[in-house]
Design a protein around this ligand. Structure first.
Ligand SMILES: [Zn+2]
Length: 501
């Protein structure tokens, strides 16, 4: 364990440490709300700008995010999307009385059908299995289950209804058992991704089907053969295209328009562009993409050791594997260490730094574990809240949280400590970290009391040896502790230890 190792998370200098300074000064009135609510700002892909978030109905904020297609394990890029959306919904819940966060499960898709053919496993059992694994893995990352998690197969009638409306409004047409969206019919197409028509055609990577009126047209409904899953529809037995799933499910669960649509930046085109065209086209909202969702929030890619994550390179990091070797909070903190819109470089070093940062924070939490939590109203005037509300500036917010926590190491004043503890508990809950018992995290609860006494005694002997410049003896004791699976670290506050393995 490195004591002075550079830490990506804490290298962001904490410019403004007013929050804990106030807390350290007992003369300051603490925990008093001013009635002023912090204003959330979000970068809206639709406008290309950071905007004040003004909900359609402040009494009920509605958010939708595209969820997984369940036929295999989620990778860390999927994990990042889920963690970012989870953080966003936690921030919104701090600010507004009611938030509905919907994230779907795509359980009908050609990739799922292909996986079923390949493995011989039934489609239902594949989708159930991987939906369960997804939810379990995300729970380890501290992701709360969405308020509503609709499954595509439960919303086929909604999709058929939306497709019928599109045909009626001449945005879609039937051809050879397919229903296609006619892209040139929707003038605002391309408004979200900023893609030109040529780029749209190239980017859509369309197979030139003879029944398409335009190369950019995309499938809303397609016919199913007898061995493929299908539903009866006005166009024969078939199944929906992927894009129509989200616009139909978001409409039926949230109503239109809703406040925020989120997802990975790779979904901007064509998926999100198509969602807008479908939802707005079906309700006659021509040239008014905000009639579907008002704000579009996209998170950046995850690269692995500076390389694009891809099957061909063999560097795909699955959440299911990562949670075997790392604690969920370590992964979550690592995922939040970069600003959500920036690419995130997923490295071994990042994971080590995240673990070290959490170890340090937990040590302070242990120190103040017996301090009662100060009572009073939540105070929104804090650097942490400001940073979170500034387009979810997590690097800055985490640096402020670290600053706040470490300030507890510079005082013994109980009142100050109890106020720090209150703030730390509040914000760590929003971040979804420090939710474990400090003893458990630090591995203290694994040692028996007799064992702990022996460890403390060896540490004291080592201290004495070092004071006498008997480094050989000090090393010998360290090795002895190591053999007992005890890792020690010399800190400014003295030597601390924890059980490893
Ligand atoms: Zn979607």
């Amino acid at each position: 364990m490195t004591k002075t190792g550079k830490n990506v998370i804490s290298t962001n200098p904490v410019q403004n440490t007013g929050a804990w300074r106030n807390l350290l000064d007992p003369s300051t009135t603490l925990g008093v709300t001013t009635g002023m609510m912090v204003k959330l700002k979000l970068h809206n892909t639709l406008s290309g700008k950071k905007e004040d978030f003004n909900p359609i109905n402040p009494d009920h904020v509605r958010v939708y995010a595209c969820g997984p297609t369940v036929y295999n394990y989620a990778h860390i890029g999927n994990g990042r999307m889920a963690v970012v959306c989870d953080l966003l919904s936690r921030i919104l819940r701090e600010l507004y009385p009611k938030v509905t966060y919907v994230s779907n499960i795509t359980d009908i898709d050609d990739k799922i059908i292909a996986a079923s053919k390949e493995t011989g496993e039934k489609i239902d059992s594949i989708t159930q299995k991987y939906a369960d694994i997804y939810n379990e893995d995300m729970a380890v990352l501290g992701v709360a289950k969405p308020d509503i998690q609709p499954r595509a197969t439960q919303h086929i009638p909604d999709m058929i209804k939306q497709i019928e409306a599109l045909i009626e409004k001449e945005h879609a047409y039937e051809a050879e058992g397919h229903v296609l969206y006619h892209v040139p019919s929707y003038e605002a197409y391309g408004v979200l991704s900023g893609r030109s028509r040529d780029e749209q055609i190239a980017g859509a990577r369309v197979d030139v089907a003879p029944y398409k009126k335009d190369a950019a047209d995309f499938v809303l409904w397609k016919p199913s053969t007898d061995d493929q899953p299908g539903w009866e529809s006005p166009w024969g037995r078939g199944r929906p295209g992927w894009h129509i799933e989200c616009s139909a499910m978001s409409e039926s669960t949230l109503g239109l328009p809703f406040d925020i649509h989120a997802g990975g930046s790779d979904l901007k085109f064509p998926h999100h562009e198509n969602e807008i065209a479908q939802a707005c086209g079906a309700r006659g909202a021509e040239n008014a993409p905000e009639e579907y969702a008002k704000y579009w929030v996209h998170n950046g890619f995850v690269v692995v050791e500076n390389e694009k994550m891809s099957k061909s390179i063999g560097n795909v990091q699955l959440v299911h594997d990562l949670i075997k070797d790392h604690k969920g909070e370590t992964l979550r903190l690592a995922l939040l260490s970069a600003h959500y819109r920036q690419p995130l470089n997923w490295t071994k070093t990042l994971l080590e730094q995240s673990q070290n940062t959490l170890d340090k924070m937990y040590r302070v939490m242990k120190k103040i574990s017996d301090i009662p939590v100060a009572e009073g109203e939540d105070n929104d005037e804090s650097n942490i809240m400001d940073a979170l509300c500034d387009d979810m500036n997590t690097p800055k917010a985490i640096a402020s949280l670290i600053s706040l926590i470490t300030s507890a190491d510079r005082t013994e004043d109980e009142l100050v400590l109890s106020n720090i503890k209150r703030e730390v508990l509040r914000y760590s809950k929003i971040f979804g970290i420090l939710q474990e018992n400090p003893d458990r995290w630090l591995g203290y609860d694994g040692a028996s009391p007799e064992n702990a006494e022996e460890i403390e005694s060896l540490i004291a002997q080592r201290k004495e040896a070092r004071a006498n410049k008997d480094f050989a003896k000090a090393d010998e004791i360290r090795n002895k502790l190591q053999a007992m699976n005890i890792e020690i670290e010399d800190t400014a506050e003295g030597t601390i230890w924890r059980k490893i393995g």
